[in-house]
Design a protein around this ligand. Structure first.
Ligand code: NAP
Ligand code: ZN
Length: 347
């Protein structure tokens, strides 16, 4: 067993405390990772606050993990000690079902094992990346390209893949008008990917505050959704709207911005159900869809694409004792655009 200091919460909405857990002994296919940086995703907050239902406590969040391989099991073939690696939202799947076979492990029919707040196939609770060490089967470890620093790489493991995957799946590219709704951790990555893929990119944010930065990330247009004229101006405009907002929205208002056959893809995951009127779909043959992170093969593709196109999150590195404050700041949308914990400060 390997001891690891972690940041954990003992119950919903509790403050973080530093505690110690044991990581499992290395199995033949396991990699022991010395974690250097761990991003803070809004999903960590939803989970720690009980927005999506009761969590498994004590909870150690974190699924944007970047570190260095410290040891490998006897059967590991892809990684060696010293390699720079990442782990995202999942740490195991059956590997055999039709979706695992198509590199869509997130939809594993046996049930994918989440990096935290999950039970692994032995029934043990999983603990995430607000931690010095993690042990993960090599199938769920990805390689971080040399020209991506580990701190900026960490948010790519969730915010990066969660936006890259739907933009690829719904063919964001030349000739497509794509709107990115909400400019937080996910949204600011989505702008960069949609731009790099060749789409015409519009940012829809609540205020005009983030306009200059949106344009610097590659947006072609920017509109404030607090301005009701926005909805008149943009009626029927988009092929695709990628909704990254963590709260409920007026779905009908956003559906009205789609062209015929346009799609509203939700990755933002508020706790309460959304509502919409079916006529908003019928009158334009429109679709509402959702997307969950991305598979491991595509996660590696996203990292390589990010390195090749110099796509990086804009981060604020914090120390372990600032996580409670960071959560409050994310809830106030006072983050530009991702907090990343320097795990060295956990020692
Ligand atoms: P974030 O950094 O907090 O960004 C969310 C953005 O939504 C904010 O920056 C803000 O953008 C907008 N927003 C927040 N509150 C709002 C409100 N009340 N009304 C309208 N807009 C509001 O969060 P994140 O880490 O990007 O995560 C976003 C959502 O995606 C969360 O619900 C998270 O759980 C979910 N998520 C889903 C997946 C998946 O696989 N589907 C993966 C990761 C995360 P503006 O200031 O620009 O308006
Ligand atoms: Zn996440």
């Amino acid at each position: 067993m390997c001891e690891s200091r972690v940041l954990s919460v003992s119950h919903a909405k509790a403050n973080f405390e530093t505690t110690t857990i044991q990581r499992r002994d290395l199995r033949p296919e396991d990699v022991l990772i010395d974690i250097k940086y761990s991003g803070i995703c809004h999903s960590d907050i939803h989970t720690a606050h009980g927005d999506w239902g009761a969590a498994i406590f004590p909870l150690v969040p974190g699924h944007e993990i970047a570190g260095v391989v410290q040891a490998v099991g006897s059967a590991v073939t892809k990684f060696a000690v010293g390699d720079r690696v990442g782990v995202g939202c999942y740490v195991d799947s059956c590997g055999e079902c039709e979706y695992c076979q198509q590199d869509l492990e997130q939809f594993c029919t046996k049930g994918v094992v989440s990096t935290y707040n999950s039970l692994d196939y032995d029934g043990q609770p999983t603990h995430g990346g607000y931690s010095q060490k993690i042990v993960v089967t090599e199938r769920f470890v990805v390689r971080i390209p040399d020209n991506l620093e580990l701190d900026v790489a960490s948010p790519l493991l969730c915010a990066g893949i969660t936006t890259y995957s739907p933009l690829r799946h719904w063919n964001a590219g030349p000739g497509k008008k794509v709107a990115i709704l909400g400019m937080g951790g996910l949204g600011h990555m989505a702008i960069q990917y949609a731009h790099a893929l060749g789409a015409e990119v519009t940012v829809l944010s609540r205020s005009t505050d983030k306009k200059a930065e949106a344009l610097s990330f590659g947006a072609d247009h920017y509109y404030a959704t607090s301005d009701s004229e926005t909805f008149t101006t943009l009626a029927g405009r988009f092929d695709l709207i990628l909704n990254t907002v963590s709260a409920n929205l007026d779905v009908d208002a956003y559906l009205s911005l789609l062209r015929i056959d346009g799609t509203l893809v939700n990755v933002g995951a508020p706790s309460q159900p959304d509502q919409y009127h079916v006529f908003s779909l019928i009158m334009g043959r429109r679709s509402i869809a959702g997307s969950l992170v991305g598979g491991i093969r595509e996660t590696q593709e996203m990292l390589d694409f990010s390195a090749e196109h110099n796509i990086k999150p804009q981060i604020e590195v914090i120390s372990a004792n600032q996580v409670d404050e960071a959560y409050e700041r994310v809830l106030r949308s006072d983050v530009r655009y991702r907090f990343v914990i320097d795990i060295a400060t956990l020692s």
